[in-house]
Design a protein around this ligand. Structure first.
Ligand SMILES: C[S@@+](CC[C@H](N)C(=O)[O-])C[C@H]1O[C@@H](n2cnc3c(N)ncnc32)[C@H](O)[C@@H]1O
Length: 225
């Protein structure tokens, strides 16, 4: 990976962290046709978040996990169609933010919001799992830095170890990743953990490339003699 791209991306992440930390009041943004509240200390939807929103289509029977939910943007878009949604985030500020957006969009009946490390405690199975995790292997000192940095890539490592247990037989994962965090890293991580992974959408911003991956659990092939 070009050193310049990594340095530029780190600079942009530092600017984003500074911007999030300087925000002292809730504010509204508009994504497509929807108003989304953003609270202080919470990640505001970015290029990759919006690309994922445009890529994933939900069915009325879908049970959805929105992991690393942030403001809850995916939950709000899934809420138009899906049957049931569980949204998780490690940050208490994000959890409050998701709840505020769920209330604003009258989705209380179908959404459960949980403060947790990626997955819910219950062993529920999902048709669709959505995740825009922190991309960069760097120590995070606080809840805001944790939105983009994750030392040792703990979040995605844990995600691929356990996601299979939470997927229905034909369930699909949609995960975003970026070239400055090494696309081959995430593709190899998924393959080694027993998943099929393919690129389904792409957005480019200057030198940065964002990819949405569709990921399925690899089926065991039974051989007959
Ligand atoms: C890049 S933001 C994405 C937020 C939102 N999905 C979006 O696209 O706008 C990553 C989010 O993951 C959360 N997070 C980081 N580590 C986590 C973990 N281990 N479990 C759950 N959430 C985590 C952060 O608090 C942050 O809200």
């Amino acid at each position: 990976m070009p050193k310049k791209l990594i340095q530029e991306s780190l600079k942009i992440q530092k600017q984003l962290i500074k911007r999030i930390k300087s925000c002292k009041k809730p504010y509204m943004i508009k994504v497509e046709d929807k108003e989304i509240i953003i609270l202080p200390k919470v990640f505001p939807p970015a290029t990759d978040s919006i690309l994922l929103v445009k890529t994933v289509k939900f069915k009325s029977r879908d049970v959805v996990l929105d992991a690393c939910s942030g403001s809850g943007i995916y939950t709000i878009f899934a809420g138009d169609k899906a049957k049931k949604i569980i949204a998780t985030d490690i940050s208490k500020y994000a959890v409050k933010n998701i709840r505020d957006n769920v209330k604003l969009h009258n989705l209380e009946d179908k959404v459960t919001v949980i403060q947790s490390d990626i997955f819910p405690k219950s062993k529920i199975k999902f048709d669709i799992i959505l995740i825009n995790p922190p991309y960069t292997d760097k120590k995070a000192k606080d809840v805001v830095e944790k939105t983009v940095w994750d030392e040792g890539h703990k979040t995605v490592n844990k995600f691929f170890q356990s996601a299979k247990q939470f997927l229905k037989e034909n369930g699909k994962i949609y995960l975003s990743w970026a070239n400055f965090a090494d696309l081959s890293f995430i593709e190899n991580l998924a393959k080694k953990a027993g998943y099929e992974i393919k690129r389904v959408a792409k957005a480019t911003k200057n030198n940065r490339v964002y990819i949405i991956y569709e990921i399925k659990s690899r089926r065991l092939r039974h051989t007959t003699r």
